[in-house]
Design a protein around this ligand. Structure first.
Ligand code: NI
Length: 258
């Protein structure tokens, strides 16, 4: 029973062999998948997948890369999608100063706007953060996510992680935890409390070792669970159970609906 809490199954790279990808996930013990949106189209697709498949859940939101193109019509439609039964979070949203595909002040506006929308919708948020640690922390303190928050594929320092944990947030680990140069992430995984971590793939990106050159898919989340189990000194099923329970604690609606 493993929950891949972040997989872009709506990506066109799965169109050709979608059924096989799902079959391999089921065969590897993945019982739930959360498909986040990154723009309006992908949010619609995520909701459509969640409607069709009982084990898929959705989040809706505009990624910082696409923040520039979002107008009132986009926000209105996201608000309406967020009311869908199987939408359990708002995301992925945040700041990306590494690629800077939208101007930084536009990213910040879209981020803050979506924290407010998530609060109004009663949903937790899923955060994408790349090289924007100080700004994201400042904005989160000014505009608190009222229904919780997870940093997906958390890539910051243990120092920042402690601040996030103090705010009550969750940290999610993905493929990079299995990489040899993952010193900082290793330190975070060692320190994270048992009731605050989740696991994910971020499929089709960030494939874990030893499959790193291939397209990622939910079945590979097993490698992340194994690595986390080693680091925590726990059995693999125990880590899977904790990660699933932590996911349920944050994405409560999924829990209530089975
Ligand atoms: Ni993602």
């Amino acid at each position: 029973m493993i929950w891949d809490t972040h997989a872009h199954l709506d990506d066109e790279r799965y169109r050709r062999d979608f059924a096989e990808v799902l079959a391999r996930a089921k065969g590897s013990g993945i019982s739930r998948i959360l498909n986040p949106g990154y723009d309006l189209e992908s949010s619609r697709r995520a909701v459509a997948l969640a409607r069709e498949y009982p084990f898929i859940w959705a989040a809706v939101g505009i990624h910082p890369h696409d923040a520039g193109g979002a107008g009132q019509a986009t926000w209105d439609e996201l608000v309406s999608l967020a009311q869908e039964e199987k939408v359990v979070a708002w995301g992925e949203i945040g700041l990306d100063y590494y690629r800077d595909l939208s101007p930084r002040f536009v990213q910040q506006q879209a981020f803050v706007n979506q924290i407010e929308l998530a609060n109004a919708a009663g949903l937790p948020i899923i955060i994408h953060n790349r090289d924007a640690h100080q700004d994201i922390l400042r904005l989160l303190k000014q505009h608190r996510p009222e229904h919780g928050c997870v940093f997906h594929v958390y890539s910051g320092s243990w120092e920042m992680a402690k601040e996030l944990l103090n705010l009550g947030f969750y940290l999610s680990f993905g493929g990079p935890l299995t990489y040899k140069n993952a010193r900082q992430t290793l330190e975070v995984a060692q320190g994270v409390p048992m009731d605050r971590f989740m696991v994910e793939t971020d499929s089709p990106y960030l494939t874990p070792e030893p499959y790193r050159s291939q397209r990622n898919e939910p079945a590979r989340v097993v490698e992340v669970v194994k690595r986390l189990a080693e680091i925590k000194g726990l059995e693999v099923p125990e880590v899977a159970r904790l990660a699933l329970e932590n996911g349920e604690a944050l994405f409560g609606k999924a829990c209530a609906a089975g």
